[in-house]
Design a protein around this ligand. Structure first.
Ligand SMILES: Nc1ncnc2c1ncn2[C@@H]1O[C@H](COP(=O)(O)OP(=O)(O)OP(=O)(O)O)[C@@H](O)[C@H]1O
Length: 573
């Protein structure tokens, strides 16, 4: 692992210390270098109860570091060091042990909402309780949405004159109510953690003692609050921080990413910082095209022997919405012609919008969901049965037991503790037997959901399970497959997913499918003709992350000749 490091990578691995940032282009070995630095540090570590924390943003990203260490050096990370997500670090060392000091609840808080579990709060359509899991607070204490999907809310956040609508205050009250009961979402956990470190500097000092070295991968995705937490640790004695990231790849699922935060840090620590600008993933042809979407003056240099001179020049093609299959066929023919092996590891179809996936899998674009607010356990029971029938009995069991708990106790959320106490009160064996019995007895998950719910209600009654199941009275009936079809890539032979799911991942060949507009509603061709680049707009960064995944083949598909022209003018001229 160490032998193949470039000179500048070696500097990062063996020499750099103190506070510094590494600004790097796609495929420049950010993950590889981070893993190598960690290995080198651990091999020379002298402190028995203090360690290095290596943090990334997604589970996929930190697992990639773990895999690189395991495969290259047979090394595993254990105490006193910590490898995981930044969120998990914040939860474990700040929020869960100390959250009660500041939340107004008398006990250790419980994390709810994704990724910790589904929140099903609220008892009627306009009940603000249902929004607890998709709202939080900003660094300046304003209520914010943590979902990009504003159709989830039954109201507008702003009045016509731009002022905050009265609904926002209702959301604030809901947040305070559930906080006092000890519930918090991940965004709340970050918000409170910054407040904890601010109010109790001793806690910040003890974390800086426990982890004298912090390495943050994908640091371009650090939010203002998370960066605030890192700054607090530095203010309280943390001496070694390495932030490694690429501002051109700052993209965030539910919020505008803030590449400027990383750039500010880079400027603040300029003297000690480093730039990694050799591309170890892609061909020079791909580098020559993709950099044109950024503000950089020159393409990065492709250095990997096996791909750097690969002859295929990225293509931009038009697709027909009603016949996306012909575009797929075209891409697969190119892969075949260039002898790219068709497999999930090597080939991917990547899109910005999930609606493209529906086109590929010929699923309905949108259906109205029949679930009633406050009765989401009906969905979970139906989904559990569907999953069991499709071979995923373990997950189905877990979904059904939590759904039953919520239905029987009229609760919005079932935490691990709730579930454990319920199971121990019922008796473990009886609990398992009853859930398995119900899983078997629930009607077969085919055809009409209305019909299924009627039959399932009777079955629950016969089994003395006292919960009432119903659906929205005026919702059109839908079919099980429409509701729950598990999107399977298995038969397609290649990977398929949104740009966000493939961040940091490498393929040999990529088909990137874009719509006319990004999710925020701006036309790509307008952004391109106005000369905007990845620094100006998150939609362009998302497209950039997608187009920098392949080693050898890149095909970008857009929906009209006009779009094609705009993309060609920017990337291919
Ligand atoms: N010094 C090196 N020796 C061998 N392989 C390397 C080296 N540096 C990087 N690589 C390889 O180059 C590829 C890209 O590296 P890596 O995934 O670390 O880049 P990255 O900068 O994290 O990419 P992205 O910005 O897209 O997330 C990987 O296959 C990695 O194993």
């Amino acid at each position: 692992m160490f032998d193949s490091l470039s000179e500048i990578q070696r500097k990062i691995v063996f020499e750099k210390n103190g506070l510094f940032a590494v600004k790097a282009c796609p495929g420049s070995g950010k993950t590889y270098t981070t893993a190598a630095r960690l290995a080198h540090k651990i091999n020379n570590w002298q402190l028995p109860s203090r360690g290095i924390a290596v943090l990334s943003f997604t589970n996929v990203a930190w697992q990639e570091i773990r895999k690189m260490l395991d495969q290259n050096l047979g090394m595993a990370i254990s105490y006193p060091h910590y490898l995981g997500t930044l969120d998990s670090f914040i939860n474990k060392f700040i929020f869960l042990p100390f959250g009660h000091l500041i939340m107004g609840c008398g006990k250790r808080p419980v994390l709810v909402g994704e990724p910790h579990g589904t929140w099903s709060g609220g008892n009627y359509d306009y009940d603000y309780d249902q929004y607890f899991d998709c709202t939080s607070f900003s660094i300046t204490d304003g209520v914010i949405s943590t979902t990009a999907d504003f159709t989830r809310f039954h109201f507008k956040w702003r009045n016509k004159d731009g002022s905050e609508s009265g609904h926002v205050n209702k959301l604030r009250e809901t947040k305070l109510k559930f906080w006092r009961q000890g519930y918090a979402t991940q965004a709340d956990a970050n918000y409170f953690s910054l407040k904890i470190l601010d109010k109790y500097p001793n806690i910040a000092r003890s974390i800086a003692m426990r982890f004298p070295e912090l390495i943050i991968d994908e640091a371009q995705d650090t939010s203002e609050i998370q960066l605030g937490i890192i700054n607090k640790l530095v203010d309280n004695g943390l001496e070694n921080v390495m932030l490694v990231g690429d501002p051109d790849q700052a993209i965030f699922e539910w919020n505008d990413a803030r590449p400027d935060l990383f750039i500010n840090k880079l400027n603040e620590w300029e003297e000690n910082s480093v730039i990694l600008d050799e591309n170890r993933r892609s061909s020079q042809n791909i580098c020559n095209v993709t950099y044109k979407l950024t503000s950089r003056a020159r393409p990065s240099v492709a250095v990997t022997e096996a791909v750097k001179n690969y002859e295929h020049v990225p293509e931009i093609i038009c697709y027909d919405q009603d016949n996306i299959q012909s575009t797929l066929d075209y891409f697969l023919r190119i892969c075949e012609k260039h002898q790219v092996e068709m497999s999930h590891e090597k080939v991917a179809v990547i899109f910005r919008s999930k609606s493209i996936q529906n086109l590929i899998l010929t699923q309905p674009v949108q259906i109205e969901y029949p679930w009633l607010v406050g009765k989401y356990f009906v969905r979970d029971l139906a989904k559990g049965k569907y999953m069991a029938e499709n071979g995923n009995v373990f997950e189905a069991f877990r979904l059904i037991e939590k759904a039953l708990y919520k239905g029987l106790h009229n609760k919005s959320f079932c935490s691990t503790n709730d579930l454990e106490s319920w199971i121990s009160a019922r008796g473990f064996i009886r609990h398992r037997q009853e859930i398995m019995h119900l899983l078997r007895c629930l009607p077969s998950p085919v055809g009409s959901i209305n019909e299924w719910v009627k039959q399932a209600s009777d079955i629950l009654k016969m089994n003395n399970v006292a919960i009432r199941m119903n659906l929205k009275p005026d919702c059109p009936d839908c079919d099980f497959d429409e509701l729950f079809k598990i999107t399977t890539e298995r038969n397609l032979g290649f990977r398929m997913g949104t740009v966000h799911t493939f961040k940091g991942v490498t393929f040999d060949a990529v088909l990137l499918i874009l719509r006319e507009k990004g999710a925020q509603g701006s036309f790509y061709r307008t952004m391109l003709s106005r000369g905007l680049n990845t620094f100006d707009d998150e939609e362009l960064r998302i497209a950039y992350v997608g187009m920098t995944r392949p080693r050898k083949l890149l095909v970008i598909a857009v929906p009209s000749e006009q779009s094609k022209l705009a993309w060609e003018q920017r990337l291919l001229r």
